[in-house]
Structure formats: C-alpha cells, structure tokens
Design a protein around this ligand. Structure first.
Ligand code: PSV
Ligand code: MN
Length: 416
C-alpha cells in the first residue's frame, strides 16, 4: 500500500470513528457484499432503432459466463450471473448440461433464472394475460421448463418480468387480465420446489404504452402475497416514473417482508438501462441507506422478516464497453453501500425525534459526501485484489484479446 493510500485511510478512519462507525465491521460487511451481474449485459444490445454491435460482445452463454468471471475476478463481490432462458439456452435444458460445472471452474455460479415470455410473436397481445388459453398455457409451460433449468443449474431464484399490457383504451379488460395472471402464476408457483423463490418485477410502461398488467410495486406485492411466502417483489430502478421515490418503496417492501431483489441500473428519461449511479448517485445512496438500516435492525420479531435480497444488475446500454461498464456499476453499488454504512444512525434518530430537519438531512449528506475510496481500496487489498478493479481489468488486456478473437458478430442478445 502506498503512503498516500495509508494516510488517506487513516484520516478517513479517524473521521468516521468519531461518527460512531465501527470501521472493522464496515469492512467486514463490504467483504461479504454480493452483486449479481446479468448474462445479457455482456451481449450486444440495441435501441428501438436497431442493434449496436461491439467487437468483443459475448454471444454464447460460455462467453457470457467467462466475462462475468472477469468482473468477479477484479471486484471480488460478483460471484453469480443471472441467465435469460431463451437468449442463453435456445435449446432449453439440453444447453445446461455442464454449465454449472463450467461456471464453477471459472469461480462463479449461476444466479437468477429469467424465463422469456415476451419476445415471441405469440405474445404480442400478452402472455399470461392473453385472451387465448393456448398462449397462456405456452407461457406457463415455459416458466415451468425454466424451473427445471434452474434446478439443473443449482439456482433458487425464478425471476419474472411480463411485457403484458395494452396500447389503447378498450383493448383489454383490466380485471379479466388480472384474473388470468393470478391463475397462471399460481400454477407456476406450485411447480417450484420448496427452496425456490419467485421474484415478480413491475414496469409501468414499455413495450405496452397504455397500460401494463404489472404496472407498479403494489400490483407485484398483491400478486406475491396471494401466491405465498416464497413470492417477492423485484425492484428495477429504471421501472419508475421520473421523480418517484424509490427508497420509500424499498423501505415499505422491506417492512412488509416482500422485497425480493433489485435490478440495478439508472435512468434519466425512461427505462434507459444505464450504469448504476451514472445519473443519480444520491438516489442509489438513499436506497442503500434503507437497506443498511434494515440490515442493522433485521431481526425484529414484531415485523415480518424480509427474505434475503437478490442484488442484481440489469443494464443493457450500447455505448460503453461491456465489462468496463459492469465493473463500473459494481463499484458504484459498492460505493453506495459503503457510504450508507457511514450514516450516524444515533444522531439521525435523535434529530428525527426532535424534528430537526436540517440535522437529520445533514446526517445523510455527510455520509454521502464522504470520500470512501481509501476505505474501499483497503478492503480490496485485504481481499487480495487490486485497489482499483477497473484500472486493473483494463490493464489485463482481456478485452483487447476477446475483441480480436470474437470480433463483431450477430447472435444472442437484446435487440441483437
Ligand atoms: C425489462 O425491461 C427488464 O427489466 C426485465 O428485467 C428483463 O428481463 C430485462 O429487462 C431484459 O433486459
Ligand atoms: Mn429488469
């Protein structure tokens, strides 16, 4: 460690210790933080105007796993990769035979399994809310097949997103569609093994423009509670209207014991799928502030217990190099977590009781404005990693190598 790093670290420790923060505990929590990266984030992506191909983007699931392993190698906190069934396993179960072993050989494992009931033409008028029972059955069968894939891959998380919705008033009957969805989800839920969890994502717009059947957290929550204790809500940061208070939703769901996971990304206008913290790092910090607070009060017999949260990334932008962007997002999330642990909780609590708005807000601002880089560099070094994962990855030559070997190709991927 350089003298500059050591001095910066000592100054920071002195500052935050005076805030009542136990530095060693913070370091320990940072070392056990886990973030899941998405297989589709390594593949080519596109906009509604067409695919954007990059030299080096992954096409096969083996390549995506290899790229995800690089992110874990340099960050030390991203040991799982979420998969998207049709994009990653076009032949279903047959494609999964040796995949868990392959991932294991690269030091990672498979995380959430995402069925795909949105890209086929059959689903143009909905999947599990379609008026046609044959289409609904097709969607349910695919989700049940995905459960088998998850079992094969050693995954316990079935992550569901439905593009279902309508484009024009009158096109569909809201309540009938809701009933179809309830019925289909119940069939899928019953097919899950006891240890599996169902995450239900919501999104208020796109691709449907008039209404979506899973429009907000309240609808996902309602579907989940009707299904049973193993169904939870998935919060994708990009799936909110501008200005919506996501940290409030997070706190509310935790308090109800139904926050199942996140899809981290950032947006400025719609579901932009930009790297986390790129537009609004304060929002990311405020979300982590709720998570950290809940972690510290986790066991409260008076409240429902929240399940373990799946901290996943869902990004699919087109202008950044894929692995750079993924490492950047992991580092942003790590930074938000670190900062959130530096909040003077006692002072904040007292300020809230005293209705001292300025002091309360300053407790958050002071933590957010603290430069945690010296702490993160120290934690990474103690984990046997380079202090700056992005620089280290860039210096490794991996991206240049795969860009040359893989070149620009057509293949699996969102819009690709
Ligand atoms: C839909 O916009 C979504 O957020 C869902 O999670 C999908 O699975 C994913 O994006 C595909 O990129
Ligand atoms: Mn998502």
């Amino acid at each position: 460690m350089s003298d500059i790093d050591k001095t910066a670290y000592d100054v920071l420790v002195d500052k935050i210790s005076r805030r009542g923060v136990e530095v060693e505990k913070v370091k320990q929590r940072l070392k056990t933080q886990r973030i899941e990266t998405p297989s589709w984030g390594y593949a080519d992506s596109g906009t509604r105007f067409g695919p954007y191909k990059q030299a080096g983007s992954a096409v096969t699931i083996q390549e995506k796993i290899a790229d995800a392993a690089q992110v874990h190698k340099f960050t030390g906190i991203a040991p799982t990769v979420a998969v998207h069934v049709l994009w990653d396993f076009p032949n279903g179960l047959a494609d999964c035979e040796t995949l868990a072993e392959y991932a294991g050989s690269l030091g990672i494992s498979i995380g959430a399994v995402n069925p795909n009931v949105f890209q086929d033409r059959d689903y143009a008028f909905g999947s599990i809310t379609n008026e046609n029972p044959a289409v609904r059955k097709r969607a349910v069968d695919h989700m049940i097949d995905s459960i088998e894939i998850a079992k094969k891959l050693g995954s316990n998380v079935l992550s569901l997103w439905f593009a279902d919705g309508t484009d024009y008033p009158g096109q569909g009957d809201f309540r009938r569609r809701k009933h179809y969805a309830e019925e289909c989800l119940a069939t899928v839920y019953k097919a899950m093994p006891a240890e599996m969890r169902m995450l239900i994502e919501y999104k208020p717009f796109e691709p449907a423009f008039y209404h979506t059947d899973f429009a907000d957290w309240g609808m996902s929550y309602c579907f989940a509670t009707k299904l049973g204790p193993n169904a939870h809500v998935l919060v994708d940061l990009g799936h909110h209207f501008n200005g919506q208070n996501i940290e409030h939703i997070v706190a509310f769901l935790i308090d109800e014991g139904r926050l199942g996971g996140f899809h981290f990304n950032n947006h400025k206008y719609a579901d932009d799928d930009l790297t986390a913290g790129s537009i609004n790092p304060y929002e990311l910090f405020l979300i982590y502030n709720e998570i950290v607070k809940a972690e510290e009060e986790w066991i409260d017999p008076a409240r429902p217990t929240n399940p373990p949260i799946a901290f996943m990334i869902d990004q699919a932008h087109v202008t950044k190099a894929k692995i750079d962007a993924m490492i950047q997002t992991v580092m942003q999330i790590q930074t938000a977590y670190a900062k959130a642990m530096l909040v003077d909780r006692k002072k904040l609590y007292e300020a809230q009781l005293a209705q001292d708005v300025v002091t309360a807000e300053m407790c958050l601002q002071e933590a957010f404005l603290t430069d945690v880089e010296p702490l993160l560099r120290r934690v990474r070094e103690e984990m046997g990693l380079a202090p700056n994962p992005l620089e280290a990855f860039r210096a490794s030559g991996y991206w240049e190598k795969v860009s040359k070997e893989r070149g620009i190709r057509s293949g699996a991927g969102l819009g690709a």
